[in-house]
Design a binder for this molecule. Structure first.
Ligand SMILES: Nc1ncnc2c1ncn2[C@@H]1O[C@H](COP(=O)(O)OP(=O)(O)OP(=O)(O)O)[C@@H](O)[C@H]1O
Ligand SMILES: [Mg+2]
Length: 257
């Protein structure tokens, strides 16, 4: 079976500084992988690189999505083909409402891929129905639809709207960069339920987090620990519990040997 995502010996530089130093990671459809690791270890660098951020320069290695190298694809092409990134720090776009943003993004994707066997734009009533259903699942007040994207949103509201985007766009590969940070206890559960509702056998998820807590709701099969730009250790869900208990020192020491 062709893996969904195959990261091969990935080296990435930002502003001339080497950040990722040889990452290998394979994700099959239907799998959830969590990446944990100290601040500054390169987790967001990996996420941004997968999404095609132009600042992140691949100096070695390759990234294959459904068997094809993505290196020549721009961020828009990656998104249209089903790669989704929920940002650690979502940006505000004053002047663009949530509803307009989502409908434009969904239509761009449908036009590019001919989703559901047609390449036509979604009608406004059909879109509203889809959006309202997903907003209800994420317990987002309907007034958010007419607000400017992330403009004045609280930290937790921004994270919910990231998952709303994921739910509307229905990607095949979702990279969630600290989607749990800044969420209150109820919001963490609601957002996790939203992610689980979108989960399906064709979707692969790469979930970046600092805390084991979200893994009580979203259940990864694999946990990877990123230290100084390399995956220092991989394991099953029990690894997250060990990290919570023991911190990173023992992994950093083992990786240095
Ligand atoms: N645009 C940039 N210019 C300069 N350095 C950068 C840039 N982006 C990332 N870096 C550096 O790359 C390193 C890795 O950053 P990254 O954001 O990937 O870490 P992280 O693992 O996501 O950390 P955190 O857990 O704090 O989110 C850091 O030292 C950071 O300062
Ligand atoms: Mg980060």
């Amino acid at each position: 079976m062709t893996p969904h995502l195959e990261i091969k010996n990935l080296h990435v530089q930002v502003e001339g500084k080497a950040i990722l130093k040889g990452i290998d990671l394979t994700i099959q459809p239907g799998e959830i992988h969590a990446i944990m690791g100290p601040n500054g270890s390169g987790k967001s660098t990996l996420a941004n690189t997968l999404a095609g951020h132009p600042k992140y320069v691949i100096t070695q290695g390759d990234v294959l999505y459904q068997g094809e190298s993505v290196l020549d694809w721009g961020p828009d092409e990656r998104a249209q083909k089903g790669i989704f990134l929920a940002f650690q720090y979502p940006m505000a776009i004053p002047g663009v409402t949530v509803a307009n943003f989502l409908r434009t993004a969904l239509n761009a994707k449908r036009r590019a891929t001919g989703a559901n066997g047609n390449s036509k734009s979604i009608s406004i009533p059909e879109f509203r129905k889809l959006m309202i259903k997903q907003m209800e699942l994420l317990k987002l007040d309907p007034t958010f639809a007419t607000r400017y994207l992330n403009d004045g949103f609280s930290g937790g509201e921004k994270k919910r709207v990231e998952i709303l985007q994921m739910a509307v766009l229905n990607p095949q590969l979702a990279v969630l960069d600290e989607t749990d940070s800044g969420l209150d206890i109820d919001a963490l559960r609601i957002v996790s339920e939203g992610v689980n509702a979108v989960m399906n056998p064709q979707l692969g998820i790469l979930l970046i987090t600092h805390y084991q807590r979200i893994l009580n709701y979203i259940k990864p099969q694999f946990i990877h620990v990123l230290v100084s730009g390399k995956l220092a250790m991989s394991g099953g869900p029990e690894l997250a519990l060990q990290l919570e208990e023991k911190g990173y020192d023992w992994i950093i020491a083992a990786a240095a040997k």
